[in-house]
Design a protein around this ligand. Sequence first.
Ligand code: MSP
Length: 641
Amino acid sequence: MTDYFTTPIYYVNDRPHIGHAYTTVLADVATRYARLFGSDAFLLTGTDEHGQKVQQAAQRRGVPARQHVDELHLAFKTMCADLEIEYDRFIRTTDADHVAVVQGALARLKDEGLIEKRQYGGWYSVGEERFFDEKELVDGKDPVSGKPVEWVEEVNYFFKMSLYQTRLIDHIEQNPGAILPSYRRQEVLGFLRQPLADLCISRPKSRLEWGIELPFDSDFVTYVWFDALLNYLTGIGYPNAPGWPERWAEATHFIGKDILTTHTVYWWSMLMALGVDVPKRVFAHGWWLMGDSKMSKSAGNVVDPLALKDRYGVEVFRFFLLREMVIGQDASFSESGLILRNNSELADDLGNLVNRVLNLVEKRFDGAVPARGTLLEDDATLVGDADALEARVRDLTAALELHKALDSVVAYVRRLNKYVNDTKPFTVVKTDEARAATSLWVVLNGVTTVARLLSPVMPKTMADLLFRIGAASGVLVVGAPVVKGEPLFPKYEVPVTTTEAVPAPPAPVAPATATALATATEVSTGEFAPGPLLPEIEFGDFAKVDLRVARVVEAERVPKSDKLLKLQVDLGGTRRQIVAGIGLTYAPEALIGQHLVVVANLKPRKLFGLESQGMILAGKSGAVLSVVSPLAPVAPGGSVS
Ligand code: MSP
């Protein structure tokens, strides 16, 4: 297998932030999974160094563009090193081989009559560096940034993109896996239902100097997107290096959802014109949000990924990024969310399990991996399930369902904990050493699989873990020495006040009012200050509200909404559908089986066309949201008063 994974190339007008970190870690983890399962996967990342944004950034610093990019691209290289990104090439669009590829492609398309000079007038957005059609504008503004656009008229060169509309539609319809997740495919098809315009691929030097000169007209430079997209071909040695076509056939582009049109419509029509196959897959991930808005430099709410990495360790940070974001959808970023994931899934579930088991191995088995002995039914099931887990993770990661893959591994770790609680090797060892040895072997065998399967996410920590449990080679060796050492994952205190939304239960909430939620939550940032208390009411008024415990039976996202979840809850025999605005904080899977408190006698109402037959209670302190749940289980339908 010769997989080929790419990240977008980053503009050097900005310091690296969580958005850049996420795509890069995502691509790195996908690459490492492919390698783990036998592929010689190639990872390409790099910087997008031409165009207006970069030229303006250089002007702001008062340095020549060339000096600016030579200095600032290093911030992205450093980010890669700091995030343990194992790329095969870091491409810069100012690299000589890339300039040659761009000029070669332009010359070829011009020769074939696919590029033409025309007088053109259009709505130009400086922020997005592109022209928009009238129909694309939203309220007369740039549909992406919401910034004003200006009418610009000039002579320019056009690539005849419109010729490819039907081929693009056919390709997308015939290759359901080409744009992932599948709902993104519909967006592109929707875009292609409108007539497709030709693409302006030049900028007059009078307006923009910093770019690759057109090989057939030295008064113009190349439009930055035409230049940038070709990096994916340059990166693997197109058109001359041996083996590039095989690699290209396995290409997966990871991108953010905001650059989907450029990566499908523009890019694929360019490839079709050049006679190169379109990539196997384009995967568009969602955005990391602070509150409910995308993090960006202009919004001034950028979390510095490297600061969090320094505080909690890069590998915990990588785990959090992949674990927290349901791949494809938006997720709320929060430091407390990271701490909670670390404390529960890494420190408690995995770290503590290893610690307990190695403690016993050190004390009672001379610090060496005990013999496997005879497996009873439960032992054999767990051992068999470790193999099944490996197969499942292989399939899920090949399908880029990394989030589900991690879910499965975390669930298996929980089962290992349950197995230890059930088989009690700590007690059994006093009466039946061989039985305790087998239990310990079963757990260590399971942890070996877990560590291997988490190694693409946390390479160094998992190598350390494998070493500690006597499985340094990735295979558990009976008799090998174990090393308990310091805890693998230190725990951290969750800050009491936070300016961020907290995901996944259990979420801490500062004392606040319990608010019924059925519509989108308002997520705001800033210090939490409780609102004023409401006027007093009679007990009789309160008694009219029928509060009940409900168990979540099913949960899924409401299509096209980041905030709404559709829940089916059990109210003790009756089922209700509730649409709740908690999707920025909770992944649907995290809620299944949870006991929540609902207002059961509220008149149904429609949200996004779906009937909501009740409301869920949740505590809110500023941006922090946490659903209300009884401390100990109460049977579904039980009253709350
Ligand atoms: N230079 C272009 C890409 C050219 S690829 C041929 C570009 N660069 S960028 O630096 O602005 O953005 C790179 C990526 O970061 C995009 O995929 C974008 O979606 C992602 N992110 C930027 N902010 C983000 C979040 N807050 N969350 C997640 N990713 C977002 O676009």
